[in-house]
Design a protein around this ligand. Structure first.
Ligand SMILES: C[S@@+](CC[C@H](N)C(=O)[O-])C[C@H]1O[C@@H](n2cnc3c(N)ncnc32)[C@H](O)[C@@H]1O
Length: 224
């Protein structure tokens, strides 16, 4: 795996590995100041697995992500449901199944509006899930933040985690955890890594596609 830090030691660091995020998670036992923030690939990105194979893969990979973080750290997942054969595949349910297997509990579940509320959509829903789980961390009522993100923000590509969802995750880490580094084992073009860096957090990504990994090393956010 390539291991290329792309920032000066004084700025928040970004390292992107080109490789298999699941294999990386298998070997990972992250320090307490590392959180996972990620978006696992949809079945359409892993066609060789078939729908049932993808479901097992998804739950196992999410379970590994939940287990990889330290007790007081968190794993955050951004997932969009899909409709298959006229039925919804609820990825929030799959993440919670994985979390339960890992002994983690749900700290919050936010809805990210992908289009304006009230809009009818076909195939993919108008919302996405942003879920945060932890084995040891608990939140007091005063540590709440909005449950609904009305505007998703820009997306670097159609499968990207929207920038407002990335920013909500980064703000939560800074305000309510000791996590000061973000790990995204399925980092795509690196939206979460770039937003983490913009918030002063170090970032580590893993991406199967060498081309995307290369772009994730260099991704700069659009000017606000
Ligand atoms: C939903 S996209 C993530 C998008 C990313 N959050 C962004 O904003 O660009 C899932 C990514 O996982 C990658 N992927 C699929 N299988 C993988 C694996 N086993 N290990 C690492 N990356 C993988 C895909 O190439 C794709 O870029």
């Amino acid at each position: 795996m390539a291991d290329v830090p792309t920032r000066s030691p004084l700025a928040p660091r970004r390292t992107v590995h080109a490789g298999d995020g699941v294999a990386w998670l298998e070997s990972a036992s992250l320090p307490a100041d590392h959180a996972i923030v990620t978006s696992l690939p949809d079945a359409s990105e892993l066609p060789a697995l078939g729908p049932e194979g993808w479901r097992s893969w998804f739950v196992e990979a999410a379970e590994r992500a939940c287990r990889a973080v330290a007790d007081e750290a968190v794993a955050i997942f951004y997932q969009t449901d899909v409709k298959r054969d006229g039925r919804w595949v609820d990825k929030a349910f799959l993440v919670q199944l994985a979390a339960e297997r890992a002994g983690s509990g749900l700290l919050w579940h936010k809805i990210v509006c992908r289009v304006a509320p009230g809009t009818t959509t076909f195939g993919r829903p108008a919302y996405a899930h942003l879920l945060c789980v932890s084995r040891g961390l608990r939140l007091l009522p005063g540590q709440s933040s909005p449950d609904v993100l009305p505007v998703p923000g820009a997306m670097t590509w159609p499968r990207a985690m929207p920038l407002e969802a990335c920013a909500a995750a980064a703000r939560f880490l800074l305000a309510h955890t000791r996590c000061r580094a973000v790990v995204d084992p399925f980092c795509g073009l690196g939206s979460m890594l770039a937003v983490a860096n913009a918030h002063g957090l170090d970032a580590i990504g893993v991406e199967l596609s060498r081309q995307r990994a290369e772009r994730a090393r260099a991704l700069a956010l659009p000017a606000a």
